[in-house]
Design a protein around this ligand. Structure first.
Ligand code: SAM
Length: 259
């Protein structure tokens, strides 16, 4: 492990949950951010992901959830996407994230939907013991943050029903082997996978991110949320540059034990 990698990991371990919590609460309370999400993603789910309607509806249709099936959403953040999926399908959903503030807000918001929807603080690096296995496990843009993909994925697989499915949204800079590492870890966890390429759609999302953020710049400023505006613009510019260089990839992985 390089020294830089070690310090990034150590920083995330020490401060990651607090940083994410602060970000979620700030975004949730920002009316402008909610309009930004509607404009960029086509639906306001207070997104902390790169999932627009096209990606979300593909995930929902592949997950093919039946009422009362049980779903685990790993790294669920503020839980708006989890809540949307459960409301749509009537599946039971448990959202897990290490950002305590986000989990508390999600629990309070969905209180009336308990026990169909439930949230729990937990670490992807050391999954808690769950009372039952899951019919479906979802990880939307959350597996980048784990220390050891192999370890986390074999732990995830141990909580998947034999006929269960695991759906993962994952972006990676091509050539950095992020997708190769993920695919190796899936195979070693005993999972078969099919992947759908959302790279072109991802570029459209970052293009919209930039234009919608620019159009809302003054509103973010008036709210005292210029920080959100700046971080979104910086993120969009970096990702668009990678897309222009042809080195960015995004996929939805659909994984099962059997083909
Ligand atoms: C990019 S956000 C995606 C959030 C959410 N899946 C969504 O679609 O909006 C990544 C999420 O992973 C969570 N996360 C990062 N490291 C984690 C860890 N070690 N354990 C649990 N959650 C973690 C963050 O708090 C954050 O909510």
């Amino acid at each position: 492990m390089s020294l830089k990698f070690f310090f990034v990991r150590a920083f995330l371990f020490l401060f990651g949950s607090r940083i994410f919590s602060k970000m979620f609460v700030q975004c949730e309370q920002s009316k402008t951010y909610r309009r930004f999400c509607q404009g960029v993603y086509g639906r306001d789910l207070c997104q902390a992901n790169m999932v627009d309607e096209e990606q979300l509806q593909k995930l929902v249709s592949l997950a093919d959830l039946k009422p009362f099936e049980n779903v685990l959403d790993l790294g669920c953040g503020g839980g708006f996407t989890s809540e949307y999926i459960s409301d749509l399908t009537n599946a039971r959903l448990l959202g897990l994230d290490f950002a305590k503030g986000a989990i508390e807000a999600a629990s309070a918001r969905t209180h009336s939907k308990f026990p169909r929807i439930n949230f729990q603080v937990g670490d992807l690096n050391k999954l808690p013991k769950f009372a039952e296995k899951f019919d479906c496990i979802i990880a939307i843009d959350s597996l980048y943050f784990v220390n050891d993909l192999e370890k986390t994925l074999s732990s995830i697989a141990s909580y998947l029903n034999p006929n269960g499915r695991l759906l993962i949204f994952y972006s990676s800079k091509l050539g950095t082997n992020g997708d190769v590492q993920l695919e190796t870890a899936l195979t070693n966890a005993g999972l078969l996978f099919q992947k759908r390429d959302f790279t072109a759609n991802d570029k459209e999302i970052w293009t919209r991110t930039k234009s919608v953020a620019l159009s809302l710049k003054e509103d973010f400023r008036a709210e005292g949320n210029s920080e959100i505006y700046k971080s979104r613009i910086a993120e969009a510019e970096r990702n668009l540059q990678w897309h222009d260089e042809g080195v960015m990839g995004r996929w939805l992985y659909y994984c099962t034990f059997k083909s």
